[in-house]
Design a protein around this ligand. Structure first.
Ligand code: GLN
Length: 539
Protein backbone atom coordinates (compact mmCIF):
# COMPACT_ATOMS: atom_id res chain seq x y z
CA UNK A 1 0.00 0.00 0.00
CA UNK A 2 1.61 3.26 -1.09
CA UNK A 3 1.24 6.56 0.69
CA UNK A 4 -0.05 8.86 -2.00
CA UNK A 5 0.96 12.48 -2.50
CA UNK A 6 -1.20 14.90 -4.44
CA UNK A 7 0.00 17.37 -7.05
CA UNK A 8 -2.41 19.96 -8.44
CA UNK A 9 -1.94 21.73 -11.74
CA UNK A 10 -3.88 24.96 -12.23
CA UNK A 11 -3.78 27.43 -15.10
CA UNK A 12 -3.72 31.20 -15.18
CA UNK A 13 -3.90 34.16 -17.61
CA UNK A 14 -5.41 32.23 -20.52
CA UNK A 15 -6.65 28.79 -21.49
CA UNK A 16 -4.79 26.49 -23.93
CA UNK A 17 -1.40 26.85 -22.23
CA UNK A 18 -0.94 23.09 -22.24
CA UNK A 19 -1.67 22.02 -18.66
CA UNK A 20 -2.38 18.53 -19.98
CA UNK A 21 1.05 18.26 -21.59
CA UNK A 22 2.82 19.65 -18.52
CA UNK A 23 0.93 17.18 -16.29
CA UNK A 24 1.71 14.28 -18.62
CA UNK A 25 5.38 15.31 -18.86
CA UNK A 26 5.69 15.49 -15.08
CA UNK A 27 4.10 12.04 -14.81
CA UNK A 28 6.61 10.70 -17.33
CA UNK A 29 9.57 12.10 -15.39
CA UNK A 30 8.33 10.84 -12.02
CA UNK A 31 7.76 7.42 -13.60
CA UNK A 32 11.29 7.56 -14.96
CA UNK A 33 12.50 8.00 -11.38
CA UNK A 34 10.61 4.90 -10.33
CA UNK A 35 7.36 6.34 -8.94
CA UNK A 36 3.87 5.07 -9.73
CA UNK A 37 1.81 7.98 -11.04
CA UNK A 38 -1.67 8.61 -12.35
CA UNK A 39 -3.19 11.80 -13.75
CA UNK A 40 -6.72 13.05 -13.28
CA UNK A 41 -8.57 15.88 -14.98
CA UNK A 42 -11.28 17.87 -13.23
CA UNK A 43 -13.44 19.79 -15.69
CA UNK A 44 -15.57 22.66 -14.42
CA UNK A 45 -18.43 22.33 -16.93
CA UNK A 46 -21.90 21.01 -16.18
CA UNK A 47 -22.11 18.19 -18.74
CA UNK A 48 -21.82 14.93 -16.81
CA UNK A 49 -19.14 13.83 -19.29
CA UNK A 50 -17.92 15.12 -22.66
CA UNK A 51 -19.65 12.25 -24.51
CA UNK A 52 -22.56 14.44 -25.56
CA UNK A 53 -20.33 17.35 -26.60
CA UNK A 54 -19.91 18.21 -30.24
CA UNK A 55 -16.23 18.07 -31.36
CA UNK A 56 -16.59 21.76 -32.33
CA UNK A 57 -17.05 22.48 -28.63
CA UNK A 58 -14.44 20.35 -27.02
CA UNK A 59 -12.41 18.40 -29.56
CA UNK A 60 -12.24 14.63 -29.50
CA UNK A 61 -13.98 12.52 -26.88
CA UNK A 62 -11.40 10.06 -25.56
CA UNK A 63 -12.58 6.62 -24.42
CA UNK A 64 -10.95 4.67 -21.58
CA UNK A 65 -10.70 0.88 -21.08
CA UNK A 66 -13.67 0.90 -18.70
CA UNK A 67 -15.81 2.77 -21.22
CA UNK A 68 -15.72 6.30 -19.84
CA UNK A 69 -16.15 9.10 -22.38
CA UNK A 70 -13.55 11.62 -21.29
CA UNK A 71 -11.59 14.75 -22.04
CA UNK A 72 -8.91 14.52 -24.72
CA UNK A 73 -6.19 15.32 -22.18
CA UNK A 74 -6.56 11.75 -20.89
CA UNK A 75 -5.26 10.68 -24.28
CA UNK A 76 -2.06 12.62 -23.61
CA UNK A 77 -1.79 11.07 -20.18
CA UNK A 78 -1.96 7.56 -21.62
CA UNK A 79 0.28 8.27 -24.61
CA UNK A 80 2.97 9.73 -22.35
CA UNK A 81 2.71 7.38 -19.37
CA UNK A 82 1.67 4.20 -21.20
CA UNK A 83 -0.72 3.49 -18.30
CA UNK A 84 -4.47 3.14 -18.79
CA UNK A 85 -6.80 5.68 -17.20
CA UNK A 86 -10.39 5.09 -16.10
CA UNK A 87 -13.68 6.77 -15.25
CA UNK A 88 -12.12 8.01 -12.01
CA UNK A 89 -9.53 10.00 -13.99
CA UNK A 90 -12.02 12.51 -15.40
CA UNK A 91 -14.64 14.21 -13.26
CA UNK A 92 -16.83 17.17 -14.25
CA UNK A 93 -18.84 19.64 -12.18
CA UNK A 94 -21.92 17.93 -13.65
CA UNK A 95 -20.90 14.56 -12.23
CA UNK A 96 -20.06 16.08 -8.82
CA UNK A 97 -23.47 17.76 -8.60
CA UNK A 98 -25.25 14.66 -9.90
CA UNK A 99 -23.70 12.58 -7.08
CA UNK A 100 -24.52 15.14 -4.41
CA UNK A 101 -28.10 15.60 -5.64
CA UNK A 102 -28.68 11.84 -5.80
CA UNK A 103 -27.48 11.55 -2.16
CA UNK A 104 -29.78 14.41 -1.16
CA UNK A 105 -32.75 12.69 -2.79
CA UNK A 106 -31.97 9.53 -0.86
CA UNK A 107 -32.03 11.54 2.37
CA UNK A 108 -28.37 10.87 3.10
CA UNK A 109 -27.72 14.41 4.35
CA UNK A 110 -30.19 13.87 7.20
CA UNK A 111 -32.07 17.12 6.83
CA UNK A 112 -29.10 19.49 6.59
CA UNK A 113 -28.98 22.30 4.01
CA UNK A 114 -26.86 21.06 1.10
CA UNK A 115 -24.30 23.69 0.07
CA UNK A 116 -21.31 24.27 -2.21
CA UNK A 117 -19.12 24.30 0.90
CA UNK A 118 -18.86 21.71 2.40
CA UNK A 119 -20.94 19.27 0.31
CA UNK A 120 -19.70 20.02 -3.20
CA UNK A 121 -16.12 20.57 -2.07
CA UNK A 122 -16.24 17.34 -0.03
CA UNK A 123 -17.38 15.43 -3.10
CA UNK A 124 -14.53 16.99 -5.13
CA UNK A 125 -12.02 15.96 -2.45
CA UNK A 126 -13.50 12.46 -2.33
CA UNK A 127 -13.10 12.11 -6.10
CA UNK A 128 -9.48 13.28 -5.93
CA UNK A 129 -8.64 10.86 -3.14
CA UNK A 130 -10.42 7.87 -4.70
CA UNK A 131 -7.40 7.30 -6.92
CA UNK A 132 -5.00 7.64 -3.98
CA UNK A 133 -7.03 5.21 -1.92
CA UNK A 134 -6.40 2.42 -4.41
CA UNK A 135 -2.95 2.28 -2.80
CA UNK A 136 -1.38 1.91 -6.25
CA UNK A 137 0.11 5.36 -6.68
CA UNK A 138 2.92 7.41 -5.15
CA UNK A 139 1.53 10.48 -6.87
CA UNK A 140 -1.86 11.56 -8.14
CA UNK A 141 -1.53 14.56 -10.43
CA UNK A 142 -4.82 16.45 -10.67
CA UNK A 143 -5.21 18.94 -13.49
CA UNK A 144 -7.93 21.55 -13.00
CA UNK A 145 -9.55 22.56 -16.30
CA UNK A 146 -10.19 26.23 -17.07
CA UNK A 147 -8.38 29.25 -15.70
CA UNK A 148 -8.20 30.47 -12.09
CA UNK A 149 -10.60 33.31 -11.52
CA UNK A 150 -13.38 31.65 -13.55
CA UNK A 151 -16.57 31.50 -11.49
CA UNK A 152 -16.96 27.80 -12.22
CA UNK A 153 -13.53 26.73 -11.01
CA UNK A 154 -14.02 28.29 -7.55
CA UNK A 155 -15.17 25.09 -5.76
CA UNK A 156 -12.19 23.18 -7.19
CA UNK A 157 -9.69 25.78 -5.93
CA UNK A 158 -11.42 25.72 -2.56
CA UNK A 159 -11.07 21.92 -2.44
CA UNK A 160 -7.34 22.30 -3.18
CA UNK A 161 -7.06 24.90 -0.39
CA UNK A 162 -8.61 22.48 2.08
CA UNK A 163 -6.45 19.54 0.99
CA UNK A 164 -3.30 21.66 1.30
CA UNK A 165 -4.32 22.64 4.79
CA UNK A 166 -5.13 19.07 5.79
CA UNK A 167 -2.16 17.34 4.14
CA UNK A 168 0.66 19.86 4.34
CA UNK A 169 3.74 18.61 2.49
CA UNK A 170 1.85 15.70 0.95
CA UNK A 171 0.37 18.20 -1.50
CA UNK A 172 1.93 20.64 -3.93
CA UNK A 173 0.40 23.13 -6.33
CA UNK A 174 1.86 23.92 -9.74
CA UNK A 175 0.49 27.00 -11.45
CA UNK A 176 0.97 27.28 -15.21
CA UNK A 177 0.89 30.83 -16.54
CA UNK A 178 1.74 32.81 -19.63
CA UNK A 179 4.69 35.19 -19.77
CA UNK A 180 3.95 37.19 -22.92
CA UNK A 181 6.60 38.91 -25.02
CA UNK A 182 5.86 42.47 -26.07
CA UNK A 183 7.81 42.99 -29.24
CA UNK A 184 7.40 46.78 -29.18
CA UNK A 185 9.08 46.88 -25.78
CA UNK A 186 11.36 43.93 -26.57
CA UNK A 187 10.48 42.45 -23.17
CA UNK A 188 8.87 39.52 -21.43
CA UNK A 189 6.09 40.71 -19.14
CA UNK A 190 5.49 39.19 -15.71
CA UNK A 191 2.46 41.24 -14.65
CA UNK A 192 -0.22 38.79 -15.92
CA UNK A 193 1.49 36.05 -13.87
CA UNK A 194 1.59 38.26 -10.78
CA UNK A 195 -2.13 38.95 -11.20
CA UNK A 196 -3.11 35.36 -11.68
CA UNK A 197 -1.13 34.30 -8.59
CA UNK A 198 -2.90 37.10 -6.69
CA UNK A 199 -6.23 35.66 -7.81
CA UNK A 200 -5.18 32.31 -6.37
CA UNK A 201 -4.05 33.96 -3.15
CA UNK A 202 -7.45 35.63 -2.81
CA UNK A 203 -8.86 32.12 -2.88
CA UNK A 204 -6.39 30.98 -0.25
CA UNK A 205 -3.95 29.00 -2.38
CA UNK A 206 -0.24 29.83 -2.67
CA UNK A 207 1.30 27.96 -5.61
CA UNK A 208 4.55 26.12 -4.81
CA UNK A 209 5.86 26.04 -8.35
CA UNK A 210 5.18 28.39 -11.24
CA UNK A 211 5.58 27.06 -14.76
CA UNK A 212 5.88 29.90 -17.25
CA UNK A 213 4.79 29.29 -20.80
CA UNK A 214 6.86 31.58 -23.00
CA UNK A 215 8.06 32.17 -26.54
CA UNK A 216 11.48 33.43 -25.38
CA UNK A 217 13.89 32.16 -22.72
CA UNK A 218 13.37 33.65 -19.26
CA UNK A 219 16.44 35.52 -18.09
CA UNK A 220 17.54 35.65 -14.45
CA UNK A 221 15.88 38.99 -13.84
CA UNK A 222 12.49 37.77 -15.10
CA UNK A 223 12.82 34.63 -12.99
CA UNK A 224 13.70 36.58 -9.84
CA UNK A 225 10.88 39.03 -10.41
CA UNK A 226 8.35 36.18 -10.64
CA UNK A 227 9.88 34.48 -7.57
CA UNK A 228 9.79 37.68 -5.55
CA UNK A 229 6.30 38.86 -6.50
CA UNK A 230 4.68 35.45 -6.34
CA UNK A 231 6.32 34.19 -3.09
CA UNK A 232 8.09 31.19 -4.62
CA UNK A 233 11.72 30.10 -4.52
CA UNK A 234 13.85 30.99 -7.52
CA UNK A 235 14.32 27.29 -8.33
CA UNK A 236 10.53 26.93 -8.41
CA UNK A 237 10.18 29.25 -11.39
CA UNK A 238 10.18 26.85 -14.32
CA UNK A 239 10.43 27.90 -17.94
CA UNK A 240 8.19 26.15 -20.46
CA UNK A 241 9.36 27.42 -23.81
CA UNK A 242 7.28 26.74 -26.95
CA UNK A 243 8.40 23.45 -28.46
CA UNK A 244 8.15 22.15 -32.02
CA UNK A 245 6.55 18.93 -30.77
CA UNK A 246 4.70 18.04 -27.57
CA UNK A 247 7.05 15.05 -27.26
CA UNK A 248 9.95 17.43 -26.51
CA UNK A 249 8.24 18.79 -23.40
CA UNK A 250 9.24 16.03 -20.92
CA UNK A 251 12.90 16.61 -21.75
CA UNK A 252 12.52 20.39 -21.48
CA UNK A 253 10.90 19.87 -18.07
CA UNK A 254 13.75 17.55 -17.08
CA UNK A 255 16.26 20.27 -17.94
CA UNK A 256 14.27 22.75 -15.88
CA UNK A 257 14.09 20.18 -13.04
CA UNK A 258 10.32 20.30 -12.65
CA UNK A 259 10.30 16.73 -11.28
CA UNK A 260 13.07 17.44 -8.75
CA UNK A 261 11.25 20.55 -7.59
CA UNK A 262 8.01 18.57 -7.09
CA UNK A 263 9.88 15.91 -5.10
CA UNK A 264 11.57 18.57 -2.99
CA UNK A 265 8.29 20.39 -2.29
CA UNK A 266 6.61 17.16 -1.20
CA UNK A 267 9.51 16.07 1.03
CA UNK A 268 10.19 13.03 -1.11
CA UNK A 269 13.69 11.51 -1.34
CA UNK A 270 15.04 12.21 -4.83
CA UNK A 271 16.25 9.10 -6.71
CA UNK A 272 19.34 10.11 -8.67
CA UNK A 273 18.76 7.81 -11.62
CA UNK A 274 16.11 8.61 -14.22
CA UNK A 275 15.19 6.09 -16.88
CA UNK A 276 14.14 8.14 -19.90
CA UNK A 277 16.26 6.51 -22.62
CA UNK A 278 13.32 5.08 -24.59
CA UNK A 279 11.68 8.48 -24.71
CA UNK A 280 14.90 10.06 -25.94
CA UNK A 281 15.25 7.48 -28.65
CA UNK A 282 11.62 8.04 -29.76
CA UNK A 283 12.26 11.77 -29.89
CA UNK A 284 15.49 11.31 -31.76
CA UNK A 285 13.72 9.27 -34.43
CA UNK A 286 10.83 11.76 -34.54
CA UNK A 287 13.19 14.67 -35.13
CA UNK A 288 15.45 12.86 -37.63
CA UNK A 289 13.16 11.04 -40.08
CA UNK A 290 14.48 9.24 -43.14
CA UNK A 291 11.30 9.55 -45.21
CA UNK A 292 8.01 11.41 -45.44
CA UNK A 293 4.62 9.93 -46.28
CA UNK A 294 1.42 11.82 -46.97
CA UNK A 295 -1.79 10.44 -45.54
CA UNK A 296 -5.21 11.80 -46.52
CA UNK A 297 -7.39 12.08 -43.43
CA UNK A 298 -10.96 12.11 -44.72
CA UNK A 299 -13.45 13.48 -42.23
CA UNK A 300 -15.94 16.23 -41.65
CA UNK A 301 -14.16 18.12 -38.87
CA UNK A 302 -10.91 18.65 -40.74
CA UNK A 303 -10.68 22.33 -39.88
CA UNK A 304 -10.51 21.37 -36.21
CA UNK A 305 -7.12 20.10 -35.10
CA UNK A 306 -8.42 18.62 -31.86
CA UNK A 307 -11.32 16.64 -33.34
CA UNK A 308 -9.05 13.77 -34.44
CA UNK A 309 -6.35 14.28 -31.81
CA UNK A 310 -5.64 10.62 -31.06
CA UNK A 311 -5.55 9.73 -34.76
CA UNK A 312 -2.99 12.47 -35.39
CA UNK A 313 -0.82 11.29 -32.52
CA UNK A 314 -1.13 7.62 -33.55
CA UNK A 315 -0.01 8.55 -37.07
CA UNK A 316 3.04 10.24 -35.54
CA UNK A 317 3.79 7.09 -33.50
CA UNK A 318 3.31 4.87 -36.55
CA UNK A 319 5.60 7.20 -38.51
CA UNK A 320 8.36 7.08 -35.90
CA UNK A 321 8.15 3.26 -35.92
CA UNK A 322 8.92 3.46 -39.66
CA UNK A 323 11.54 6.23 -39.36
CA UNK A 324 9.32 8.66 -41.21
CA UNK A 325 7.39 11.89 -40.87
CA UNK A 326 3.69 11.69 -41.56
CA UNK A 327 2.33 14.63 -43.42
CA UNK A 328 -1.45 14.73 -42.95
CA UNK A 329 -3.55 16.08 -45.79
CA UNK A 330 -6.96 17.00 -44.42
CA UNK A 331 -9.72 16.18 -46.85
CA UNK A 332 -13.17 17.52 -46.10
CA UNK A 333 -15.58 14.71 -46.96
CA UNK A 334 -18.34 17.16 -47.91
CA UNK A 335 -16.15 18.60 -50.65
CA UNK A 336 -15.31 15.34 -52.40
CA UNK A 337 -17.15 14.92 -55.64
CA UNK A 338 -16.76 12.18 -58.22
CA UNK A 339 -14.74 14.22 -60.73
CA UNK A 340 -12.05 15.63 -58.47
CA UNK A 341 -11.00 12.46 -56.62
CA UNK A 342 -7.91 12.04 -58.72
CA UNK A 343 -6.83 15.64 -58.05
CA UNK A 344 -7.40 15.23 -54.34
CA UNK A 345 -5.64 11.91 -53.88
CA UNK A 346 -2.88 12.16 -56.54
CA UNK A 347 -0.23 13.13 -54.01
CA UNK A 348 -1.22 10.86 -51.12
CA UNK A 349 0.32 7.54 -50.06
CA UNK A 350 -2.55 6.29 -47.94
CA UNK A 351 -6.19 7.15 -47.18
CA UNK A 352 -7.61 7.09 -43.66
CA UNK A 353 -11.37 7.54 -43.27
CA UNK A 354 -12.24 8.90 -39.85
CA UNK A 355 -14.86 8.03 -37.24
CA UNK A 356 -17.99 10.16 -36.98
CA UNK A 357 -21.72 10.46 -36.55
CA UNK A 358 -24.58 11.49 -38.83
CA UNK A 359 -25.01 11.75 -42.59
CA UNK A 360 -23.12 14.98 -43.34
CA UNK A 361 -20.28 14.25 -45.75
CA UNK A 362 -20.99 10.51 -45.82
CA UNK A 363 -21.08 10.13 -49.64
CA UNK A 364 -17.64 11.77 -49.84
CA UNK A 365 -16.25 9.18 -47.44
CA UNK A 366 -17.78 6.37 -49.50
CA UNK A 367 -16.30 7.76 -52.74
CA UNK A 368 -12.86 8.08 -51.13
CA UNK A 369 -12.98 4.43 -50.08
CA UNK A 370 -14.02 3.33 -53.56
CA UNK A 371 -11.08 5.28 -54.98
CA UNK A 372 -8.66 3.64 -52.51
CA UNK A 373 -10.06 0.16 -53.22
CA UNK A 374 -9.98 0.48 -57.00
CA UNK A 375 -6.56 2.12 -57.14
CA UNK A 376 -4.79 -0.13 -54.62
CA UNK A 377 -4.01 2.78 -52.32
CA UNK A 378 -3.52 1.72 -48.66
CA UNK A 379 -6.85 2.23 -46.90
CA UNK A 380 -7.56 2.38 -43.18
CA UNK A 381 -11.16 2.84 -42.02
CA UNK A 382 -11.90 3.54 -38.37
CA UNK A 383 -15.36 3.02 -36.88
CA UNK A 384 -17.61 5.07 -39.20
CA UNK A 385 -14.77 4.72 -41.74
CA UNK A 386 -15.12 0.93 -41.54
CA UNK A 387 -18.92 1.17 -41.75
CA UNK A 388 -18.59 3.31 -44.91
CA UNK A 389 -16.28 0.65 -46.38
CA UNK A 390 -19.01 -1.94 -45.76
CA UNK A 391 -21.55 0.30 -47.51
CA UNK A 392 -19.22 0.99 -50.43
CA UNK A 393 -18.49 -2.71 -50.96
CA UNK A 394 -22.20 -3.54 -50.76
CA UNK A 395 -23.12 -0.96 -53.36
CA UNK A 396 -20.27 -1.35 -55.84
CA UNK A 397 -19.20 -4.98 -55.49
CA UNK A 398 -22.29 -6.81 -54.23
CA UNK A 399 -24.57 -4.60 -56.34
CA UNK A 400 -26.97 -3.52 -53.57
CA UNK A 401 -27.48 -0.06 -55.04
CA UNK A 402 -29.22 1.57 -52.07
CA UNK A 403 -27.22 -0.19 -49.34
CA UNK A 404 -26.56 2.04 -46.35
CA UNK A 405 -26.15 2.24 -42.62
CA UNK A 406 -29.57 2.58 -41.01
CA UNK A 407 -28.10 5.52 -39.08
CA UNK A 408 -27.98 7.45 -42.36
CA UNK A 409 -30.96 5.96 -44.20
CA UNK A 410 -33.45 4.10 -42.01
CA UNK A 411 -35.51 3.20 -45.11
CA UNK A 412 -32.71 1.41 -47.02
CA UNK A 413 -33.59 -2.03 -48.40
CA UNK A 414 -30.06 -3.22 -47.46
CA UNK A 415 -29.18 -2.05 -43.94
CA UNK A 416 -25.68 -3.55 -44.06
CA UNK A 417 -24.82 -1.53 -40.96
CA UNK A 418 -27.60 -1.65 -38.40
CA UNK A 419 -28.52 -1.38 -34.75
CA UNK A 420 -28.28 -4.53 -32.66
CA UNK A 421 -31.40 -5.26 -30.56
CA UNK A 422 -30.02 -3.90 -27.28
CA UNK A 423 -29.41 -0.50 -28.90
CA UNK A 424 -32.91 -0.25 -30.41
CA UNK A 425 -34.86 0.91 -27.36
CA UNK A 426 -32.31 3.30 -25.92
CA UNK A 427 -33.65 6.80 -25.21
CA UNK A 428 -30.86 8.56 -23.28
CA UNK A 429 -27.97 9.67 -25.50
CA UNK A 430 -25.30 10.03 -22.79
CA UNK A 431 -23.14 6.98 -22.02
CA UNK A 432 -25.32 4.46 -23.87
CA UNK A 433 -23.20 3.49 -26.88
CA UNK A 434 -21.07 0.32 -26.99
CA UNK A 435 -18.21 1.79 -24.98
CA UNK A 436 -14.81 0.68 -23.78
CA UNK A 437 -12.71 -2.44 -24.19
CA UNK A 438 -14.02 -5.59 -25.88
CA UNK A 439 -12.19 -8.71 -26.98
CA UNK A 440 -11.68 -9.56 -30.60
CA UNK A 441 -10.48 -12.88 -32.00
CA UNK A 442 -8.32 -12.64 -35.11
CA UNK A 443 -8.22 -15.16 -37.88
CA UNK A 444 -4.85 -16.88 -38.18
CA UNK A 445 -3.25 -15.95 -41.49
CA UNK A 446 -5.07 -12.62 -41.80
CA UNK A 447 -3.26 -9.31 -42.22
CA UNK A 448 -4.61 -8.22 -38.84
CA UNK A 449 -3.08 -11.28 -37.19
CA UNK A 450 0.22 -10.68 -38.98
CA UNK A 451 0.29 -7.10 -37.59
CA UNK A 452 -0.83 -7.81 -34.03
CA UNK A 453 1.09 -11.05 -33.72
CA UNK A 454 -1.53 -12.55 -31.41
CA UNK A 455 -4.91 -14.19 -31.76
CA UNK A 456 -6.88 -12.50 -29.02
CA UNK A 457 -6.76 -8.71 -28.83
CA UNK A 458 -8.74 -6.11 -26.93
CA UNK A 459 -9.68 -2.73 -28.35
CA UNK A 460 -11.87 0.19 -27.31
CA UNK A 461 -15.25 1.02 -28.81
CA UNK A 462 -17.60 3.98 -29.13
CA UNK A 463 -20.51 3.38 -31.50
CA UNK A 464 -24.11 2.20 -31.71
CA UNK A 465 -24.24 0.59 -35.14
CA UNK A 466 -22.69 -2.72 -36.20
CA UNK A 467 -21.98 -4.85 -39.24
CA UNK A 468 -25.26 -6.64 -40.01
CA UNK A 469 -24.48 -10.37 -39.67
CA UNK A 470 -27.16 -11.27 -42.24
CA UNK A 471 -24.75 -10.09 -44.93
CA UNK A 472 -21.73 -12.07 -43.76
CA UNK A 473 -22.03 -14.80 -46.38
CA UNK A 474 -22.31 -12.36 -49.31
CA UNK A 475 -19.24 -10.49 -48.13
CA UNK A 476 -17.09 -13.57 -47.64
CA UNK A 477 -18.10 -15.03 -51.00
CA UNK A 478 -17.03 -11.83 -52.72
CA UNK A 479 -13.56 -11.62 -51.21
CA UNK A 480 -14.07 -9.54 -48.09
CA UNK A 481 -12.35 -11.15 -45.15
CA UNK A 482 -14.11 -10.78 -41.79
CA UNK A 483 -10.84 -11.23 -39.96
CA UNK A 484 -11.74 -10.06 -36.44
CA UNK A 485 -14.83 -11.25 -34.55
CA UNK A 486 -15.95 -10.53 -31.01
CA UNK A 487 -15.93 -14.00 -29.40
CA UNK A 488 -18.63 -13.12 -26.85
CA UNK A 489 -21.31 -11.58 -29.09
CA UNK A 490 -20.18 -12.64 -32.57
CA UNK A 491 -20.02 -9.08 -33.94
CA UNK A 492 -17.71 -8.27 -36.84
CA UNK A 493 -14.85 -6.05 -35.66
CA UNK A 494 -12.38 -6.12 -38.58
CA UNK A 495 -12.77 -6.37 -42.34
CA UNK A 496 -9.95 -6.71 -44.83
CA UNK A 497 -9.69 -7.20 -48.53
CA UNK A 498 -7.27 -9.97 -49.45
CA UNK A 499 -6.93 -8.83 -53.06
CA UNK A 500 -5.76 -5.37 -52.00
CA UNK A 501 -2.23 -4.49 -50.80
CA UNK A 502 -3.50 -2.93 -47.52
CA UNK A 503 -7.20 -2.45 -46.93
CA UNK A 504 -8.36 -2.70 -43.31
CA UNK A 505 -11.51 -1.42 -41.62
CA UNK A 506 -11.98 -1.67 -37.88
CA UNK A 507 -15.16 -1.15 -35.87
CA UNK A 508 -13.12 -0.15 -32.82
CA UNK A 509 -10.83 2.81 -32.15
CA UNK A 510 -7.18 1.70 -32.27
CA UNK A 511 -6.08 5.34 -31.92
CA UNK A 512 -6.99 5.28 -28.21
CA UNK A 513 -4.34 2.66 -27.50
CA UNK A 514 -1.29 3.95 -29.34
CA UNK A 515 1.43 5.24 -27.01
CA UNK A 516 5.02 6.43 -27.34
CA UNK A 517 6.20 3.22 -25.69
CA UNK A 518 3.96 1.07 -27.89
CA UNK A 519 2.96 2.53 -31.27
CA UNK A 520 -0.21 0.76 -32.37
CA UNK A 521 0.44 -2.19 -34.75
CA UNK A 522 -2.31 -1.11 -37.18
CA UNK A 523 -0.93 2.43 -37.49
CA UNK A 524 2.58 1.02 -37.81
CA UNK A 525 1.40 -1.34 -40.55
CA UNK A 526 -0.60 1.35 -42.34
CA UNK A 527 2.38 3.71 -42.49
CA UNK A 528 4.69 0.88 -43.62
CA UNK A 529 2.23 0.04 -46.42
CA UNK A 530 1.95 3.71 -47.39
CA UNK A 531 5.74 3.97 -47.63
CA UNK A 532 5.74 0.85 -49.78
CA UNK A 533 3.02 2.29 -52.01
CA UNK A 534 5.00 5.51 -52.37
CA UNK A 535 8.11 3.58 -53.45
CA UNK A 536 6.24 1.33 -55.86
CA UNK A 537 4.48 4.25 -57.50
CA UNK A 538 7.88 5.85 -58.08
CA UNK A 539 7.24 9.06 -56.16
N1 GLN B 1 -21.95 6.67 -36.06
C1 GLN B 1 -21.44 5.32 -36.01
C2 GLN B 1 -22.09 4.50 -34.89
O1 GLN B 1 -22.62 5.05 -33.96
C3 GLN B 1 -19.92 5.33 -35.87
C4 GLN B 1 -19.44 5.91 -34.61
C5 GLN B 1 -17.95 6.26 -34.64
O2 GLN B 1 -17.34 6.40 -35.68
N2 GLN B 1 -17.37 6.45 -33.47
O3 GLN B 1 -22.06 3.31 -34.94
Amino acid sequence: MKKTKYIFVTGGVTSSLGKGIISASLAKLLQGRGFAVTIQKLDPYINVDPGTLNPYEHGECYVTEDGAETDLDLGHYERFSNTPTSQANNVTTGRIYQTVIEKERKGEFLGTTVQVIPHITDEIKRRIQLLGETGKYDFVITEIGGTVGDIESFPFIEAIRQMRWEMGKDCAVIHLTLVPYLSAAGELKTKPTQHSVKTMLEQGVQPDIIVCRTEHHLNESVRSKIAQFCNVELSSVIESIDAGSIYEVPLLMLEEKLDVEVLRKTNTAIPQHIDIENWKSFLNRLLNPLNTVTIALVGKYVELKDAYKSIHESLIHGGVANECTVNVKHVHSELIEGENLEDIFRDVDGILVAPGFGPRGIEGKISAIRYARENNIPFFGICLGMQCAVVEFSRNVLGYRDAHSSEMNPATSHPVIDLIPEQKNIENMGGTMRLGAYNCRLEAGSKAFELYGELLISERHRHRYEFNNEYRKAFIENGMHLSGINPENDLVEIIELSSHPWYIGVQFHPEFKSTVARPHPLFKGFIAASLQYQKSSGR
